[in-house]
Ligand binder design. Structure first.
Ligand SMILES: Cc1cc2nc3c(=O)[nH]c(=O)nc-3n(C[C@H](O)[C@H](O)[C@H](O)COP(=O)(O)O)c2cc1C
Length: 158
């Protein structure tokens, strides 16, 4: 029997992760972004990561269209931002501090790290699409990570 989706979410919640906001940009120029933790490093040479995007997300079409995205790894001062980008639609970037990367996609201020990616492959996987991104540029800054565990935000030492 297939596992119930709420039960699966509860069980997977025991796998502690960092939290990111993945930003992208539509051809109209409008920025999109969503909170995401279904993210994994895939390959060092070439440098690849994967990101799973829900087909129901408002930003979903933008990934296929622009084929560009930037992963912003959040610091523990960015929980409010994470909550904002985990709600569909709206003007998410209003009053958010960011600059544009070389690819024209927003890089959020105060993120612990960012990775600018170009989509090189995509795989259908149930209600999500797995995007493989080739990392074109990456940078870090000092700080403490925002974590997600058992459905709640945490920081190191909690
Ligand atoms: C901690 C956390 C992790 C999440 N990880 C993902 C993810 O990896 N992929 C995804 O598609 N949605 C993920 N979500 C849900 C999206 O952030 C949420 O559906 C968001 O509303 C999508 O925004 P949009 O509809 O404006 O594109 C996550 C939410 C939270 C709170």
């Amino acid at each position: 029997m297939a596992i119930d989706k709420n039960e699966l979410r509860r069980v997977m919640g025991h796998f502690a992760t960092g939290v990111t906001i993945v930003t992208t940009r539509a051809s109209s120029g409008k920025f999109h972004g969503l909170t995401a933790n279904a993210l994994t490093s895939v390959s060092l040479v070439p440098p690849l990561l994967l990101l799973c995007v829900d087909k129901k997300a408002e930003s979903y079409p933008c990934f296929a269209e622009s084929r560009l995205f930037t992963v912003n790894v959040l610091s523990d001062s960015q929980e409010e931002l994470s909550r904002r980008f985990a709600v569909s639609g709206g003007e998410k970037f209003e009053r958010v501090a960011y600059r544009l990367g070389a690819n024209g996609v927003p890089i959020l201020d105060d993120a612990l790290a960012h990775l600018e990616c170009r989509v090189v492959d995509a795989h259908e996987a149930g209600d999500h699409t797995i995007y493989i991104g080739e990392i074109e540029s990456a940078e870090t800054r000092e700080g403490r990570p925002l974590l997600f565990y058992r459905g709640g935000y945490r920081s190191l030492g909690d």
